[in-house]
Design a protein around this ligand. Sequence first.
Ligand code: PLP
Length: 446
Amino acid sequence: MSELALLGGPKAVTCDTDLNSPMKKWPIFTEEEENAILDVLHKNSMSDTGLAKEFEAEFAKWMGTEYALGFNNGTASLLASFYGVGIRKGDEVICPSVVYWAACTSLLSLGAVPVFADLSRDTLCIDPDDIERKISDKTKAIIVVHYLSHPCDMDRIMAIAKKHNLKVIEDVSHAQGGKYKGQMLGTFGDVAAMSLMAGKSFAIGEAGMMVTNSKEIYEHARALGHYERFTENTTTCEDLLPYVRMPLGGYKFRMHQMSAAVGLVQIKYYDERCKEIRKAMNYFWDLLEGVPGIRAHRTNEAEGSTMAGWYAAHGIYVPEELGGLSITRFCEAVRAEGVFECTPGANLPLHSHGLFKTADVYGDGKPTRLAYATRDVRELDKDLEFSNVVGKYVYNIPWLKKYIPEEIEQYANAFKKVALNYKELLADDPGDPEHIGAWHFHKANK
Ligand SMILES: *Cc1c(COP(=O)(O)O)cnc(C)c1O
């Protein structure tokens, strides 16, 4: 009989794999959050801003930035950041193609032009060499996403930005609290924005946060969708003063007070909980060091770089070391061992979606992405070699929240067993479909 569960052998994972088990449960809420939410209800202050401002102050202190501004979601915090750094019609903005759509899609509403860059194979983050190749005299900014919790190569990116006088917007939605060479992610660029929605590692419900050290960026970002806080008393930028008390974008971006209330509790425990997650995840990867076909997606902690709360944990697949076994078949065998999370792929590349190819959203008579462009930037998408196939080289792994060695060993053994017995899987390998991955990650819902 085969050792592999897929071929009739015993399962490697026999522990409780439920998403509500101590190992998997996230976020962790206690009576403290419940009381904080009830307090908002009892005070009838759901749409006020007091708690949001308190949470912003705590968040800025935690990040070490001058300013923090709360939003109703991460998507809005990104749009306001784009506006805040001065991105306007016709500006080209470089961003990774393999990423969740909110990292860049709202650029279209500003008339800006997304220019996609490829990923680095080891970090799965934007490739600095490709950023350089995509720069033109129209380039205004770079959006970097610390993807799947991995910090981008900020040394190189900031050097490129400086050389070409470009703004840098960090999307920290996957990596709140993570560090690059000892420095907090979100404090390298001109501004950082992030989601704090319920599925992320810093999870407080529907909410987003923007942080910056620039008063000008802060005030301009606030003017777009925070009309009640955009006043003559709080505004110092001359160009904004004539327009106070109206949201310049016609948006309303206020954070819900229940989210702020949860945030004020979560922020007290977040770093400590992330530390435990990293201990668990690093142990998982340590157990798999040297196993053929398998590479960790993680940082060099000795350098002071961390994977934050290890949101959307993924592994890197090396099929050449497993006789070319497809990732589809590999993951099928790992799932059979009892690791239900192990699915192939990450986000599908945005440049392959019709929204960035043909859609005329605002009636410009041409694709929205090109409405104010001076060149057909879709031509540049042809070079996104790794982005087009990234799904064949990455897979989901369990997001482990507790250091319980016996359980972690079971998970690691599932991967190891499949990798070491790969030859038995080659015969019935159906190969990979053309597209692997999804536009958005799904979480089991009730
Ligand atoms: C979740 C996410 C966002 C959007 O945040 P919302 O709070 O869902 O609006 C933006 N960028 C990335 C990379 C994300 O994962």
